[in-house]
Write a protein that binds this ligand. Structure first.
Ligand code: SF4
Length: 173
């Protein structure tokens, strides 16, 4: 996996102050995408074990509420297979930190078993995520006043409650 950026003190991509990883590679190609350079799976730097250690180290800061995975798209299958290792470490080594993830895919249509972006690690990945912001950016539905999302079609999903109930539970409108 490659990544375009890491933000150490991010307040724009989830609640509180966060560490945010912008992984590379996205096939959604939304019109009006704010960072089309990240569509390229080779954009930016190579993600290594040292990168992962750096992220874990950043997250140990008590002022950091949690980790946000952004893209590109963290749910591109090749990205899932790298990020699962990071998420396992966050849950084991830093269990008080929360995890947000942004995807241009739609939870029920793309990420569930049998759907086009479901892999052998998708279910485990989703089990480690507290808040999933899903759906493509739709420029005609853009609204800058929305809660941590860019267009009205996107949803801010409470993943633990969704997995428990079997139905999508919205975390915040
Ligand atoms: S999902 Fe995100 S990164 Fe991918 S094209 Fe859409 S807005 Fe851009």
């Amino acid at each position: 996996m490659h990544y375009g950026n890491i933000k150490n003190y991010d307040i724009a991509d989830g609640e509180g102050v966060r560490v945010t990883l912008f992984c590379s590679g996205c096939t959604n190609r939304c019109e009006g995408c704010f960072q089309p350079e990240t569509w390229d799976f080779c954009y930016g730097k190579e993600y290594t074990k040292e990168t992962e250690d750096q992220l874990i180290q950043m997250l140990t800061n008590p002022n950091i509420q949690g980790l946000t995975l952004l893209g590109g798209d963290p749910f591109e299958p090749s990205n899932q297979r790298t990020l699962i290792t990071l998420l396992r470490r966050v849950k084991q080594e830093l269990p008080t930190k929360d995890v947000w993830a942004y995807t241009g895919f739609v939870y029920e249509q793309d990420l569930l078993e049998g759907q086009r972006k479901h892999t052998e690690v998708t279910d485990e990945m989703l089990s480690y995520i507290d808040v999933l912001v899903d759906g493509p950016f739709v420029i005609d539905e853009k609204d800058i006043s929305l809660y941590f999302r860019g267009s009205t079609n996107q949803r801010v999903i409470d993943m633990p409650k969704t997995l428990k109930s079997g139905n999508v539970v919205i975390y915040h409108e």
